[in-house]
Design a protein around this ligand. Structure first.
Ligand code: DAH
Length: 342
């Protein structure tokens, strides 16, 4: 008995002097004194050796002892936690870690720029599905089955349903708009398109286009030219020259392709413009009356113009990028260069 009482006094002195500078030391205290194999448990075990008449007094003493140890543990724990909250254990004068800033993809930047120029002219933005049916991609656009011009665009068909395909151009969105809206229509349709092409520096199996469509009474080729002149000047600056060449698209009549003077050599001739001084940036024309009719618009009352441009082509010219594959490789060394642009 005497020995146990001595031990209690010794532990009380020990815990009063115990210092816990960190959470590990607080935990060590708990294990040593209050754990299942701890000293408090061991002393409680002495109860069985106490004569019956002394059990009550000894029980009270032991309880008080246990509470003292527990209270000390709570105090150490609270002190440690509040110290951890307020402690400044780092050098506040150190510079912070640099945060890596992402950048927009050049294709997105140029697409946004194209869209914003046309928005200023009052064009609304429309989008359509990338998995399209034959009618919207071809049929409605005056490319009936077996039309030889379908070969101009190598198509990915969807095995599950021969009527489904990956759209080969954003002109399919034109078809959807005309089908669901009444003139006047003035929309710009950005999107991704797919063609079954061998991947090279100049061709890819997917790329991006921006389609434009304007339909109202008395819309003329002059309106088309003025709209596209405005676009080129906003996009490339006032010094860039523009020319239209006659062309063929089944969905427009007459049709044209638009060239701009080469931005790389300023029109003198280089590899990019194949020494002609000009580069093609879009196809356009007056919407074919058959297309209007196919989509429920009266060709005797309304006329319209349409155009479609390749976003990759314009981006390559603007930033002098020579290989189309760079756009889809996700190499940060390429993408990082656009952080500061736009
Ligand atoms: N859809 C054509 C293509 O992918 C581009 C085009 C040409 C769109 C003339 C038009 C247009 O709307 O009028 O090559």
């Amino acid at each position: 008995m005497e020995q146990v009482l001595q031990q209690i006094e010794q532990i009380k002195a020990e815990i009063a002097a115990y210092e816990a500078p960190n959470a590990d030391a607080v935990e060590a205290f708990r294990i040593k004194y209050l754990g299942t194999k701890g000293l408090v448990k061991a002393i409680m075990g002495e109860m069985k050796n106490v004569p019956n008449e002394e059990k009550k007094a000894f029980g009270l003493l032991l309880n008080e002892f246990k509470q003292t140890v527990e209270a000390r543990y709570e105090a150490l724990k609270a002190a440690q936690e509040s110290q951890a909250d307020t402690a400044i254990n780092f050098d506040i004068s150190l510079p912070g870690y640099p945060t890596a800033v992402g950048s927009r993809h050049p294709i997105s930047m140029v697409r946004n720029q194209i869209v914003s120029i046309f928005k200023r002219l009052g064009f609304a933005v429309a989008e359509g599905p990338e998995i399209e049916d034959d009618w919207h991609n071809f049929g409605a656009m005056n490319l009936p089955e077996h039309h030889p011009a379908r070969d101009m665009q190598d198509t990915f068909y969807i095995a599950q349903n021969p009527d489904w395909l990956l759209r080969t151009h954003t002109s399919s969105v034109q078809a959807r708009i005309m089908e669901s809206q009444k003139p006047p229509i003035r929309v710009i349709c950005p999107g991704r398109v797919y063609r079954n092409e061998t991947i090279s520096a100049r061709a890819h199996c997917f790329f991006h286009q921006v389609e434009g469509l304007y339909i109202d009474e008395h819309v003329s080729f002059a309106d088309l030219k003025q709209t596209l002149y405005f676009f080129v000047q906003e996009m490339f600056g006032k010094d860039v020259k523009v020319r239209f060449r006659p062309s063929y698209f089944p969905f427009t009549e007459p049709s044209a392709e638009m060239d701009i003077s080469c931005l790389i050599c300023g029109g003198k001739g280089c590899n990019v413009c194949k020494h002609t001084g000009w580069v093609e940036i879009l196809g356009c024309g007056m919407v074919h009356p058959k297309v209007l009719e196919n989509l429920g618009i009266d060709p005797n009352k309304y006329t319209g113009f349409a155009f479609g441009m390749g976003v990759e082509r314009i981006t390559m010219l603007k930033y002098q990028i020579k290989d189309l594959r760079l756009f889809s490789e996700n190499d940060v060394r390429f993408l990082q260069q656009f952080t500061a642009a736009l």
